[in-house]
Ligand binder design. Structure first.
Ligand SMILES: [Zn+2]
Length: 296
């Protein structure tokens, strides 16, 4: 029974003024029944990994808010997504520079929850790489910046309810060539960082959805090459760059393991899959999602 139905029933029965003795007994039982069913207070569950580049999995239960409740962390506010009656779900990111004390604040109805915890610093390492000067120049091309913005805009605007269930799988069964989070220096001067994982793969090898998803965005970027962006719901998205072919279209629903395209080197790179996992647009470590907390 939903809390608002309970409130309604209590109001209805509260109007009874002329009560015979037998009715008083009956209503006393009804009242006790309603207290036992409706007494459930909103509760917040927080799971996940508290390290830089990690993510927290939030579940609000018995929250009768009609409007999405919100969570505030690291200066950002995120809206929960409805997971069922009285149930709201949300994944929030921890930036790769969030080491130290972090506070999470959640509001449901008039009730507030606060959690304080320590985010563990993570040394993701450094890499110096040399790129063809024309490829490097492409990063600063306004068209490339516009390509990136479309990806982030699609992920930030995404309000898909949770689609994934349980652990993610690798999109390609291939060795990892570059890890997540590496600080990079390009051609000795340009600074950047690696927002995803690179998986070797061979040109034309199938790329699979790592979890159930809906296709948010597809594009042919000048540096990103052929691009697919998926939403897995609850704020979690994933990005696939340099594809040889795109085999899905925007709005299409995918099951875990379904092919979305093939590995390639479009955008001027040697063939490999660049794979990102993003939470509300912020890059997090994709490997986190190989071990999704129980109940998610
Ligand atoms: Zn990459």
């Amino acid at each position: 029974m939903a809390p608002w139905e309970c409130k309604q029933m209590m109001n209805i029965h509260g109007k009874v003024t002329r009560v015979a003795e037998w009715a008083a007994v009956r209503y006393a039982f009804l009242f006790l029944f309603l207290i036992s069913v409706c007494g459930a207070q909103p509760s917040l569950s927080v799971k996940g990994n508290t390290y830089e580049g990690g993510a927290l999995f939030l579940t609000l239960s018995n929250c009768a808010d009609e409007n999405p409740p919100s969570a505030r962390i690291e200066g950002e506010t995120y809206e929960f997504l409805r997971g069922g009656e009285g149930l709201w779900e949300l994944v929030v990111p921890l930036s790769t520079e969030s080491g130290g004390p972090v506070k999470l604040a959640v509001k449901c109805d008039e009730q507030s929850f606060e959690r304080s915890f320590q985010v563990t610093s993570r040394n993701y390492g450094h890499q110096s790489i040399t790129l063809n000067p024309s490829t490097l120049a492409g990063y600063d091309d306004p068209q490339n910046k516009a390509d990136d913005k479309k990806i982030i805009d699609a992920l930030e605007a995404d309000r898909t309810a949770k689609l994934f269930s349980g652990d993610f799988i690798y999109p390609v069964q291939a060795p990892q060539t570059t890890g997540f989070g590496l600080r990079r220096t390009y051609n000795g001067w340009k600074k950047g960082w690696h927002k995803g994982l690179d998986l070797a793969g061979w040109e034309g090898e199938a790329v699979q959805a790592p979890a159930d998803a809906v296709v948010l965005h597809t594009a042919r970027g000048i540096v990103n090459g052929n691009t697919v962006v998926l939403s897995h719901g609850a704020g979690v998205g994933s990005v696939y760059l340099h594809l040889n072919s795109i085999q899905v279209s925007e709005g299409q629903e995918l099951k875990k393991g379904q092919v979305l395209g093939t590995v390639g080197g479009t955008g001027g790179f040697a063939p490999h899959l660049h794979w990102e996992t993003r939470v509300h647009g912020m890059p997090v470590n994709p490997k986190l999602f190989f071990t999704v907390p129980s109940g998610w």
